[in-house]
Design a protein around this ligand. Sequence first.
Ligand SMILES: [Zn+2]
Length: 269
Amino acid sequence: MDAEASPSRSISGQLRGALRACRGAWRHAARLALDVALPTLCVACREPVAGDGVCAACWAKLSFIAPPYCPRLGIPFVYDPGPDLLSMEAIANPPAYARARAAVRYDDVARTLVHGLKYQDRTDLAPAMGSWMARAGRELLAEADALVPVPLHWRRGWSRRYNQSGALARVIERQSGVRLASEVLRRVRPTQQQIGLSRPQRASNVQGAFKVANHRQSEIQGRRVILVDDVLTSGATADACARALLRAKAASVDVLVFARVVDSHKAPI
Ligand SMILES: [Zn+2]
């Protein structure tokens, strides 16, 4: 029996092996076909695009911020007022942070990207958005020691799964080599959503809401820090975070965001 069973087992074994090889080859072919059938899609409108990032139409609709702009707030100037001239807003309402830079104005396409990253788990948006931020913040990154993302409150982090500012900061770390200091800054009390609040309400909503964790102070003390966030609206959150970092003896705090509201009356929040 044994003598007869062995060859039959080996034949069925060979057959199984051949079948497995076939299935493997088929899977490989199917994967190749998928790669051919699925071109890269525009991160904003999902139309096919050559290469990564956004399509030409969406690219044209994004308003990248370029000089001339206010050296403190990064708000674009309509005309060049000359070197070191500050915007009226920077003079009237100076923030706790030293300088802010943004990749784009917060408008329709920018909002699509921000909302995709924030609410729809579109983590595939982070590499493009982060690399535009790294370019906009080149001057700040050249002098910085650490990147600190604006934290979510833990309850919101739980429901939303991940911190979009952290995702952007990780891309900037890879591009610039500036170290990411995650979870150094904590939200010590819950805050309301800033949407729909007036400027003074926004400021009081986030006042004292952030703190550098005691055992992480050494990572901030004496360091030139860049605070990373997705959007800068009134600047109240960035200001509250900057104050917390300065209380922990940061040497300086700059702010780098993906999009900033330039004209708050026209911003589609
Ligand atoms: Zn597009």
